[in-house]
Write a protein that binds this ligand. Structure first.
Ligand code: GDP
Length: 531
């Protein structure tokens, strides 16, 4: 979004759609809560109360996830902040990597990277950062927990620059750390922000000053700390790049704020940063052409499908990122994959505290569309144009296990549960041609545990995952006669996925090489195109 780019309609231009990425424990949940607090979506952090029994609050949902010991869902939350509309898309927090995380990041225009001031860049920070980099997402950095003993500011910045190969421009500079942490100097606005230790939900006191020589500083900062601050900022201005919006928007520079989420410190400055510097809803890639957010016709794509969000309804919710236009409830859309019309009569917006019916939404927003399985990950909705959005990656299942219900009477129900999870994109499910049972393929080992607990929790079926005779799956395509021959002589290696498409299952690379050699008309691929 450069200054000479065509202007978006104001309703779209004020939207900010982003995710928070962090290593577990860095403070993502706390920061999210403070965002909601300052966005007016909740009254007091950690104290959201249900209005009546039936109403499910956002924090109940969080608690549910905490009770499960793991965050398994990515949901979206919308709230207003100043003149902006923020759409915060939650990334799954567990330490194992899942496809969900990647897909979530296809739906956002920017990410906030939270790091712990004592720990710096951690393993999960790096992995998530790399995913953002694949898409050149603009990244804002929040260095959290400055109220605890933290590392030297230059050390932290150096580590980010070197470890993640990105320029770091300080947006604020911390004054002390741990018990001596006073606040921060806001380098972008020449302000002094002083942390209030007494009230954790209160915003910092803000003192407007005229540069570092302003005598007002002496009223607020003890002499030794002030001398250190002046020296450090002088060095920083010499050694570190100044914030440059274009470099931030193209993903080559990250501004960094120092703060303490739990003390509400630095959070507003960070929110102001996203609001002021953007980005606005960005063009989305489709095979046919890029789709600009300002186009009048509505388009969108499904980046996540979640089943059983509400235990009372066995529905599925497809999360759609609107790529363009102004959506209104009841609109007739074209479901591009099936070429069928689809009236979107009951879309939901995910307001922080609850699911709410959406009467309208704009490019950049995330809406949920309840459905019975028609909507799959990667599907496009348009007002008639055939579009295939291309940003959503498909993953090769790297780990295969067979799954069984511990109670054989429940085998039929297990099939249904597995199919549902396959449609959600939570796993790949294969049914071998020979024998009974199912093979489940995932990207990270922890996904097996998550699946087992979800199958038990949501379907009441205790299951056991165990080693499988296969370790690789390849989708089969190509010449039909050759495929038939291949299937007939290799029945022990053939299965179907949840769409009924053929896969070749094996333990040995040698088998795959053999097929490639003996059946030149057949193609084996490690991933299946989502559309
Ligand atoms: P997440 O795993 O990234 O979602 O992290 P949480 O938000 O759950 O925070 C992890 C722990 O760090 C919790 O015990 C928080 O109370 C604590 N925490 C979060 N922010 C701060 C902070 O600014 N200062 C201190 N001292 N603790 C914090």
């Amino acid at each position: 979004m450069l200054d000479n780019a065509p202007k978006l309609p104001p309703e779209i231009a004020r939207r900010r759609t982003f995710a928070i990425i962090a290593h577990p424990d860095a403070g993502k949940t706390t920061l999210t809560e403070k965002f909601l607090l300052f966005g007016g979506a909740i009254q007091m952090a950690g104290q959201v109360r249900a209005k009546g029994e039936a109403r499910r609050t956002r924090s109940d949902f969080l608690k549910m996830e905490q009770d499960r010991g793991i965050s398994v869902s990515a949901s979206a939350m919308s709230f207003e902040y100043k003149e902006f509309r923020f759409n915060l898309v939650d990334t799954p927090g567990h330490s194992d990597f899942s496809e969900d995380t990647y897909r979530t990041l296809t739906a956002v225009d920017a990410a906030i990277m939270v790091i712990d001031g004592a720990k710096g860049v951690e393993s999960q920070t790096r992995k998530l950062f790399e995913v953002c980099r694949l898409r050149d997402l603009p990244i804002l950095t929040f260095c959290n927990k400055m109220d605890r003993e933290s590392r030297d500011t230059f050390d932290i910045i150096d580590e980010i620059q070197e470890n993640l190969a990105i320029d770091v421009a300080p947006a604020s500079w911390p004054i002390g750390s741990g018990k001596d942490f006073l606040g921060a100097y806001d380098l972008l606005n020449d302000r002094l922000e002083i942390m209030d230790r007494a009230d954790r939900n209160k915003v910092a006191e803000s003192v407007q000053i005229k540069g570092l020589d302003d005598p007002k500083l002496e009223e607020h900062i003890p002499a030794d700390q002030l001398a250190k601050l002046r020296e450090e900022i002088e060095m920083a201005r010499e050694l570190l790049p100044a914030f440059d919006r274009a470099s931030f928007l193209n993903g080559s520079m990250t501004p960094i704020w120092f703060g303490s989420a739990i003390n509400s410190f630095g959070v507003k400055e960070l929110m102001d940063g996203i609001g002021t510097y953007g980005p606005e809803p960005q063009p989305q890639k489709a095979a046919e052409r890029p789709v600009d957010a300002g186009e009048p016709k509505v388009t969108g794509f499904v980046f996540k499908v979640q089943a059983n969000m509400d235990p009372k309804h066995r529905d599925r919710v497809a999360f759609v990122r609107l790529a363009s236009g102004h959506f209104e409830r009841g609109m007739k859309m074209l479901h591009v994959r099936s070429k069928k019309p689809m009236a979107v009569t009951n879309p939901v917006l995910f307001l922080a505290a609850d699911r709410e019916l959406a009467d309208e939404a704009y490019a950049g927003d995330i809406i949920g569309i309840p459905n019975h399985g028609q909507l799959r990950i990667g599907d496009a909705l348009t007002e008639g144009e055939t579009l295939r959005f291309t940003g959503i990656p498909s993953f090769a299942p790297e780990l295969l296990q067979s799954v069984r219900a511990t109670d054989p009477m429940k085998a039929k129900h297990l099939e249904k549960a597995l199919m549902q999870f396959a449609e959600e994109g939570a796993a790949k499910v294969f049914k071998p041609m020979i024998g009974s049972g199912f093979i489940v393929g995932v990207v990270g080992a922890l996904q097996f545990e998550v699946l087992a607990s979800r199958i038990e929790l949501e379907y009441g079926i205790p299951v056991r995952f165990e080693g499988s005779a296969f370790s690789s799956a390849r989708w089969i395509s190509g010449d039909e006669a050759e495929i038939e021959k291949l299937v007939n002589v290799n029945k022990q290696h053939i299965g179907t996925d949840n769409d009924g498409d053929l896969v070749f299952l094996t333990r040995l690379q040698w088998d795959i090489d053999r097929v490639v050699r003996d059946y030149p008309g057949v193609k084996l691929t490690a991933t299946k195109e989502l559309m």
